[in-house]
Design a protein around this ligand. Sequence first.
Ligand SMILES: [Fe+2]
Length: 296
Amino acid sequence: MGVVKRLAYVAAESTDLSAWRSYATDILGFEVGSDSNDRLLYLRADENHHRIAVRSGNRDDVGYVGWQVANSAALDAAAATLDAAGVAVARGTPEEVADRRVLDMLHFTCPHSGVRMELVVSPEINFTPRFRPTRDLAGFRTGDQGLGHVVLYAADLRAAADFYVKLLGFGISDFAMIPGVGPLAVFMHCNERHHSLAFMNIPGAPRRIQHIMFETLSIDDVGRSFDLCSDRDIITTTPGRHHNDHTYSFYFKTPSLWHMEFGWSPRTIDPANWTTEHYELRGDHAWGHRGLMEMV
Ligand SMILES: [Fe+2]
């Protein structure tokens, strides 16, 4: 297994924090942490202190992505590996460590997406009071499989995958291929979740992030969320089933115009024995998700 155990958190940079505050509770069903303020929202979706941080900024895009490693020894080893590969690595300052609610961290810039990646030790857990969804939801499956997944844009998918495989121990779950053209996306795992990180090659994409996925505990969470997002006119795709991880899901817009996916019942994988798959993006390969191929 690789040094990265799971996706810990994603931070958004936003020009409209008040929109995110109401979106978090009304649409996502997340709690807004009481230690939030008018420059920073901590959004809670399980027993972790937060899964999404939204920071006030000059643009609407991803801010940084946090990956959990086992302990500080693993962090030291990752720092040495990245440094030996010529990647500039910096340890988190005491202020950053406190801000992220972790015990230790390092960060580097992903050379393929331009996104700041953080490796973190021991994100704060609050098992009590329990997470209570702020609307009618069963909740989210996270735990050992982490937050869910994050999908970023990169121009060279094979090089991006190579970076995460060789330096951080990810495995490649599969490639989504456009017949006669090449790969549109690469999906990677760091635990039993089919993919925690994926890259898509969409020239001219307006942001560095395409979407985040949270796995819901109930099919009704997907259906009820679809109705709610339809009423708010923020759906991006119809419900459908994915070819690779078999998730039943749909996509909807965040206030920052990138997307959120709520998905139910994905297959899990055995990372120790996985062999990389590929599939071809043809019109007949799966059902639903109308709008997905146009989504940026
Ligand atoms: Fe997804």
